[in-house]
Design a protein around this ligand. Structure first.
Ligand SMILES: NC(=O)C1=CN([C@@H]2O[C@H](COP(=O)(O)OP(=O)(O)OC[C@H]3O[C@@H](n4cnc5c(N)ncnc54)[C@H](OP(=O)(O)O)[C@@H]3O)[C@@H](O)[C@H]2O)C=CC1
Ligand SMILES: CC(=O)C(=O)O
Ligand SMILES: [Mg+2]
Length: 766
């Protein structure tokens, strides 16, 4: 677990430039025209439109995606009343979280005003700027009045995050923790330490989930809140107990099932936890120092179900799991409020998500093997990419159903896709690939069933409906690994190709292969031996039609796989070579790069085949190829060696395919800059066209190019390698590829297999 030092935290905030956020323009601004549109005179037009119709502010400004994080600094984390300015790092932090998790822009606004009336007036005056208001770290009881008044006076969602954000997450956590220990919310005894903004709101929500008021004891800085205490605020009075036998936390907590701390650090002892009932739930949520440290709580007794507000321990119950997504959903339907229905929808969506298999990206970030629902994982991690789709969609839907939405959503699948895209989780192309594969799932053989990445990918691809996986490998070892990784193998076939029960199959495959290659000196005995190798066996499954596609490469060297593929599957009759392509999905657009893996030193003929295969593959992805044949010279400027070979390949291809948009040789900058190319080389066949396909002169340059992009711009998605030119859908993976990479390739293989089947049907019909 990461330990943070004061020095590191201060350096983080100071370094490169002070603070954590900045404002970035979203429209072009480089030319005189751009500036005239962005500002005077052009800007006057949207102003006048908004004057006519105020709702147009959502159309012409960032209002609909802009939230104010507003605080007066009176209850900053558990640090207390440290003042508006001192709270600014927290508010900037919230801004950062809104942006990275919800794609929402934030202005943090620190108002140096403790008087609730004056504070509300200030907020009301600046409200037109925003699509929503997140009140933050304002102390109780003032926060209750402030929120109520602003909710009434403003027609945009207003939420005091410390109250409702915390309530939503901790209610989801409580619901799930009670599922882990099997206790009934209606019967559990709950001690809430703290009676401020967060504590009051959390406890109300637990009651909405079924907790009984008579089972709840609340404490503030003076001890147990009993009904005979004078001068209780309205909120505290509501939770005051009639019991007279308890005064301190130590007395109150005896025999309790649940402790919720929303007070301050280090006030809960190990003995107090030991005095609680079986399998006690301890939520020590004060920040930054919890009511008891995670280590101490865990050491107090073995059956404790523990959560803190911090990111460095298991079960982080922190409003960050809620506010970005709650506001996202509310903003997307132009909600006028965040109401009880929306909050409850968020509780259930968050609780449900913790029970679903965890995506690899989450395991990777936390450097764990497999997070699974249970004592150490009963609340989703803040980095879970599914939170935005599940929680925001649930909130938006509840807003529509409860009548506070000014805009409706009907296509929920499209909305979820849009949310994924917003955070760059999925580009349109991968979505399209997955959707297409899902509509025609095929039988895919995964060669390395015993590799954790491939096993996870196969299970996930099955769960997503992309394919019916067949795993090659030792069934006992695969089952053991699946158990360790907590993967469900239901409905997944495992073929132990070396087992006796596969003898008939091996012999049959050997006969087919030997017959196919008898003119290349193959004997049945030799072929029989080869069937003990997974690449031979797996490819034969596809060759004989017992499977539709094959994925390999996590263990095996390409040179070996290529050799086997050529022997077993063979190259398409109209070509003499095959190759691979990588698709690069960048902010600038989608580019197809070839040949990235196969042909080390291509001659002119190989280059021609790679270019033709690239054109075919780009069309396969429903794009029109516009091909630049690359080199380090332009259109004959160097007439020897590698450029000359590219030059000649282009000449022959242009003659053979007069309609194909292809030209070269050219340098990458001319390929990617149409204006520059058109100006300098107006004769080019690519004149007026953007290039989308880059055929490199050799393997080193193509391979280096996509790896460079991968390393320099992690936000760029790279799909591949995509095999082109073999007779059947045999696809390769990179050694170091992720589960997601394998799933993407699986989707390509499935589509490839489906297209093959259609083509075969057409040929048969003819
Ligand atoms: N994990 C999470 O997501 C969140 C955690 N929090 C944490 O919860 C805590 C409270 O925040 P918030 O409600 O906004 O602040 P408030 O100032 O509104 O409330 C603080 C409450 O704590 C009580 N308190 C202080 N000391 C003690 C003590 N020794 N024993 C019992 N109660 C005590 C105060 O009592 P009194 O009423 O007598 O003054 C008050 O009721 C903070 O540590 C904050 O970081 C808050 C929001 C979200
Ligand atoms: C998390 C949070 O909002 C707080 O501790 O105040
Ligand atoms: Mg807070």
């Amino acid at each position: 677990m990461v330990k943070i030092s004061k020095e590191a935290a201060l350096e983080y905030h100071e370094n490169s430039r002070p603070g954590k956020i900045e404002v970035i323009p979203t429209k072009p601004y480089r030319t005189q025209t751009d500036l005239s549109l962005a500002y005077s005179p052009g800007v006057a037009y949207p102003c006048l439109e908004i004057q006519q119709n105020p709702d147009d502010a959502y159309k012409y400004t960032d209002k609909g995606n802009l939230v104010a994080v507003i605080s007066n600094g009176t209850a900053v984390l558990g640090l207390g009343d440290i003042g508006a300015l001192s709270g600014k790092p927290v508010m900037e932090g919230k801004g950062l979280l809104f942006k990275i998790y919800g794609g929402i822009d934030v202005f943090d606004i620190e108002v140096a005003e403790k008087d609730p009336e004056k504070f509300c007036e200030a907020v009301e005056k600046i409200a037109p700027t925003f699509g929503g208001i997140n009140l933050e770290d304002i102390k109780a009881p003032e926060c209750f009045y402030i929120e109520e008044r602003l909710k009434k006076s403003l027609d945009i969602p207003v939420m005091h995050d410390d109250q409702h954000g915390t309530a939503i997450i901790s209610a989801a956590g409580l619901k799930n923790a009670l599922e882990v220990n099997g206790k009934d919310i209606k019967k559990v005894k709950i001690v809430v330490n703290g009676a401020g903004a967060a504590a009051i709101s959390c406890t109300k929500l637990y009651m909405a989930l079924g907790a009984q008021r008579e089972n709840i004891v609340m404490l503030d800085s003076k001890g147990v809140i009993t009904s005979d205490r004078p001068n209780l605020t309205e909120q505290k009075k509501f939770f005051a107990t009639d019991r007279r036998d308890i005064h301190t936390l130590e007395e109150a907590i005896k025999g309790a099932d649940v402790f919720v701390g929303l007070s301050k650090g280090n006030i809960l002892s190990q003995d107090m936890i030991r005095s609680m009932a079986d399998q006690p739930i301890v939520f020590a949520l004060a920040n930054p120092v919890p009511e008891i440290s995670y280590e101490e709580a865990m050491a107090s007794r073995p059956d404790v179900l523990m959560a803190t507000g911090r990111s460095d321990y298991p079960n982080q119950i922190n409003n960050v799991i809620g506010f970005p997504y709650i506001f996202r959903g509310a903003l997307d339907v132009h909600a006028t409020a965040i109401n009880e229905e929306m909050k409850m929808a968020a509780v259930h969506a968050i609780a449900e998500l913790a029970k679903q298999p965890v995506p690899d990206v989450v395991n990777d970030i936390y450097q764990v093997n497999n997070l699974t629902f249970g004592p150490l994982y009963f609340i989703p991690k803040p980095v879970d990419p599914r939170l935005i789709t599940e929680v925001s969609a649930a909130v938006a839907k509840a807003a529509i159903d409860s009548g506070v939405a000014r805009k409706t959503i009907t296509d929920w699948a499209a909305y979820k896709n849009q949310l994924r895209e917003l955070l760059g989780q999925e580009t349109k192309l991968t979505q399209k690939l997955h959707d297409t594969a899902r509509s025609h799932p095929q039988r895919v053989v995964f060669a390395e069933g015993i590799h954790p990445t491939m096993l996870k990918a196969a299970v996930q691809a099955k769960a997503e409906g992309i394919c019916q996986p067949i795993l090659l490998g030792n069934d006992e070892r695969i089952e053991k690994l699946a158990k360790e990784l907590d993967l469900n193998l239901d409905g997944i076939e495992i073929v132990n190709l070396r087992h006796d029960n596969q003898a008939e199959r091996r012999e049959r495959y050997a006969r087919v292969l030997a017959e196919k290659r008898q003119r290349q000196g193959y004997t049945v005995d030799e072929a029989n031996d080869k069937m003990f190798e997974r690449n031979y066996f797996g490819m034969m499954m596809v060759e004989t039609g017992e499977a539709d596609a094959f994925i390999t490469g996590l263990y095996t060297k390409y040179s070996n796989t290529i050799k086997v593929a050529k022997e077993v599957i063979g190259i398409r009759p109209e070509y003499n070579h095959f190759g691979t392509m990588h698709i690069v999905n960048s902010k600038k657009g989608t580019y197809y790069i070839a040949d990235t893996l196969i042909n080390r030193h291509p001659d002119k003929e190989v280059l021609k085949d790679v270019a033709k295969l690239s054109a075919m593959t780009v069309r396969f992805f429903n794009d029109e190829p516009s091909i630049a044949m690359l080199s380090y010279s332009n259109f004959g400027s160097d007439d020897s060696g590698s450029p000359a070979q590219v030059h000649q390949a282009v000449e022959e291809l242009q003659q053979q395919y007069p309609d194909l948009a292809i030209d070269g040789e050219m340098q990458v900058n001319f390929a990617l800059n149409r204006e520059l190319r058109d100006k300098k080389y107006p004769f080019s066949r690519l004149n007026g066209r953007d290039v989308n396909t880059l055929v490199f002169p050799n393997l080193s340059s193509a391979n280096g190019a996509y790896k460079l992009l991968q390393a320099l711009s992690p936000e760029t998605e790279i799909i591949g390698p995509i095999q082109m030119g073999l007779n059947k859908p045999i696809h390769f993976t990179d050694f170091e590829c992720s589960v997601r990479d394998v799933i993407n390739i699986t989707a390509v293989a499935v589509i490839d297999a489906y297209v093959d089947k259609i083509k075969n049907k057409i040929t048969e019909a003819e």
